[in-house]
Ligand binder design. Structure first.
Ligand SMILES: [Zn+2]
Length: 272
């Protein structure tokens, strides 16, 4: 491996880290194999955030950790949720601030991460992966009328524990795909099974006393290999006897409402 300059945005990882990330990627590829076979991971890179981005993240994490520390209730959501499906087998980065390691799929317009010759983010305005690596995550533009339509659980920043779900948001044409592995401060989690109500879509902050919104998969919902992506085909029709659920998710998603709450940590490239 060639030596990389101090200004590199992607760095090589050691064998143990690579194995850890590949294991999470494969274990959380939850779609049925006949619908979406588990891809072969081609490379894992560590994303080096700017010092500003990292400092902002650490400050946010500390604030959330202090808020959690100030809580004295026994019925604390985070503790309850550790026994629930999506969180039980999730990857915990930092228990205290409830920081999770999750996946984020988005558009890529270049070949970053494909080879050692492509380790610098491009400046193409449509290349979301490179923009996130360079400057971090951005909240949706409040003046964008389409943003509301795309959001199920509010105007926040989305990630998922399920790699095969993040895959749905990567490039659709390229054979070599890539997705980000991110660190997200989930903090005190507000859980939703039901989505797509007006109140959910317009939400710009977590409910009082919470730091994030978790779209959890209801135990009655069997994964059928479908997509949760927007559009008519993305939705599941649920029989009336399922009570109040009318747009349940097939796969989990976690939403935070602060740009400081999430940083890119790794880039995974894979053949699909
Ligand atoms: Zn790019």
């Amino acid at each position: 491996m060639r030596s990389l300059g101090a200004d590199c945005s992607l760095c090589s990882v050691n064998a143990a880290t690579r194995a850890d990330i590949v294991s999470q990627f494969e274990a959380k590829w939850l779609h049925p194999a006949e619908v979406k076979p588990v891809p072969r991971v081609h490379a894992v890179w560590r994303v080096v955030p700017s010092s500003n981005m990292e400092a902002r993240f650490q400050r946010y994490k500390l604030r959330v950790a202090q808020a959690i520390e100030a809580e004295t209730h026994d019925d604390f959501d985070m503790i309850d949720l550790r026994n629930e499906s999506a969180f039980t087998q999730d990857y915990v980065e930092d228990e205290y601030a409830n920081t999770r390691r999750r996946f984020h799929g988005t558009k890529r317009m270049c070949a970053i991460g494909d080879t050692v010759d492509n380790l610098h983010p491009c400046t193409h305005p449509e290349c979301s992966i490179c923009r996130i690596i360079r400057t971090g995550f951005r909240l949706p533009d409040p003046t964008d009328p389409e943003a509301k339509q795309r959001a199920r659980l509010g105007q926040g920043i989305y990630s998922t524990a399920t790699s095969s779900k993040a895959h749905d948001y990567t490039d659709t044409s390229a054979r070599t795909r890539s997705m980000l592995v991110v660190k997200v401060v989930a903090g005190r989690v507000f859980k939703r099974y039901d989505t797509w109500t007006e109140a959910d879509m317009l939400r710009t902050a977590p409910p009082d006393g919470h730091d994030s919104v978790l779209g959890e998969v209801h135990p009655d919902m069997a994964a059928d290999g479908g997509s949760d992506e927007g559009g008519e085909e993305g939705f599941v029709s649920v029989p009336m006897d399922a009570g109040e659920l009318h747009n349940p998710l097939r796969y989990d998603e976690l939403v935070v409402f602060s740009e400081a709450a999430v940083v890119p940590a790794y880039l995974v490239t894979y053949q699909y």
